[in-house]
Ligand binder design. Structure first.
Ligand SMILES: NC(=O)c1ccc[n+]([C@@H]2O[C@H](COP(=O)([O-])OP(=O)(O)OC[C@H]3O[C@@H](n4cnc5c(N)ncnc54)[C@H](O)[C@@H]3O)[C@@H](O)[C@H]2O)c1
Length: 393
């Protein structure tokens, strides 16, 4: 492990902050990790130490390397201010998802860091413009969006704000690439790439259920067995937790001015309201109590194919629209979905394999049944069908 002279600051020692600090320590940086809550700091430190111990057990690190990585970690109580970040070249913020608190933290950081320090936010749903907008030097602010757990998930979305300087984007991207991550460039739009394009995996599955077309176990079976996804949408929503998954859907929907394409499902909202958050509370769509009966899917192949293709049509449409709207390049869209959420294939390639014309036909049939705009085809998908060209990949 070679030392990297750049000192990395991480604000927030929660799930994401501790994970990001671990990645930076593992790559030879000195890291300052701060939080306003000492319990969170202690928990974050313990999580990093435990992760390094596991690496030692697996012989991916020696005892000495683990000890010297831990020695490079400085803990800071940021309720006393941001001074401990003064010597950092890059600071990554991973605190609570609240705009006012993030803005306050960025202002406080700017008071102590030097002019050349890059300030990054790990926000999932807030705009980079709204955070950078309160800074004296918005050109040094950008989004660096890791996925959970940060040490494991390879994808990082790099999100410049309107005023971020290209040199800052290049330096931040180079740094994260050097940590062995796969970086993709995303425009500063709701949900960036992954959290936008993945929405129909959940919401169209819910719509199939709400329309009374199939039960949850059957939809999960179709997406796993026919689609090749690792988990079905209902299992996955239960795994992520409805507090997180529903709120991401709702935030993308409201940020998109209530576009019907992103409309959440009341079925999921009721679970959240009832406190049935999924696996972590023992019950969500499914019951995880010991001995609880597991729903049995109806394994009718033809019906399963219909369900899978309807969800896939919505996913490919969303991927095509992200390219159409220049939210990301086609190759970055493919990388983001395969590396950020482990989709079995890139959606654009998948769309070409199934056939853009067939997918357009599915969207048009759904639109005829529910003409509220939810199923409107992306202009890019339509153009590819008209010109008989494949979707760009
Ligand atoms: N959890 C995920 O799956 C995930 C994935 C990608 C991005 N994110 C984003 O990362 C950020 C952090 O999420 P998380 O899941 O780690 O949350 P978390 O609740 O696990 O941790 C947040 C931490 O921030 C601390 N904090 C709150 N206000 C603070 C302040 N003013 N100064 C310093 N510390 C403060 C809290 O004490 C807590 O320890 C959020 O912006 C979230 O949207 C989360």
């Amino acid at each position: 492990m070679t030392m990297d002279p750049r000192v990395i600051g991480v604000v927030g020692a929660g799930a994401m902050g501790a994970g990001i600090a671990q990645v930076a320590l593992r790559h030879g940086h000195k890291v300052v990790m701060g939080d306003t809550n000492d319990v969170a700091i202690a928990r974050g430190r313990a999580a990093i130490e435990k992760a390094f111990q596991r690496e030692v057990e697996k012989q991916r690190m020696t005892d000495d390397q683990a000890a010297s990585a831990m020695a490079m970690l400085t803990l800071a109580d940021t309720s006393r201010g941001m001074d401990p970040f003064a010597g950092c070249q890059v600071v990554i913020e991973a605190i609570i998802e609240r705009l006012d608190i993030k803005q306050q933290s960025f202002r406080a950081l700017e008071d102590v860091v030097s002019d050349g320090t890059i300030l990054a936010t790990n926000t999932s749903s807030l705009s980079i413009a709204s955070i950078a907008g309160v800074c004296d030097r918005p050109e040094r602010v950008l989004g660096v969006h890791f996925f959970n757990p940060a040490p494991v998930m390879p994808l990082v979305e790099i999100v410049p704000g309107l005023r971020t300087s290209p040199a800052v984007v290049a330096e931040a991207r180079g740094l994260v690439d050097g940590w062995g991550k796969t970086t993709v460039a995303a425009a500063d739009t709701p949900g960036f790439i992954v959290n936008r394009i993945a929405r129909p995996f959940y919401s169209e599955a819910l719509r199939v259920y709400d329309d009374g077309e199939a039960d949850m176990a059957t939809i999960d079976w179709a997406m796993r067995e026919i689609g090749g996804f690792r988990m079905g949408p209902f299992e996955l929503m239960d795994f992520i937790g409805h507090d997180v998954n529903y709120l991401v859907t709702e935030s993308v929907w409201t940020a998109m001015y209530y576009d019907p394409r992103y409309k959440p499902s009341l079925t999921q909202k009721r679970l959240l309201e009832a406190g049935l958050l999924g696996r972590k509370s023992g019950r969500g769509f499914y019951d995880y109590a010991e001995g609880a009966a597991r729903e049995v899917p109806t394994t009718d192949r033809e019906a399963g194919e219909r369900i899978f293709h309807r969800v896939l049509a919505m996913l490919v449409n969303e991927a095509a629209d992200a390219v159409h709207l220049r939210i990301a390049s086609a190759p970055d869209v493919e990388l983001a979905m395969t590396r950020g959420v482990n989709y079995p294939r890139g959606l654009l390639q998948w769309g070409n394999a199934v056939g853009p014309e067939r997918l357009l036909g599915i969207l048009e049939a759904c639109h005829a049944a529910s003409p509220d705009g939810r199923y409107r085809p992306s202009p890019l998908l339509r153009r590819c069908v008209e010109r008989q060209t494949p979707l760009p990949t």
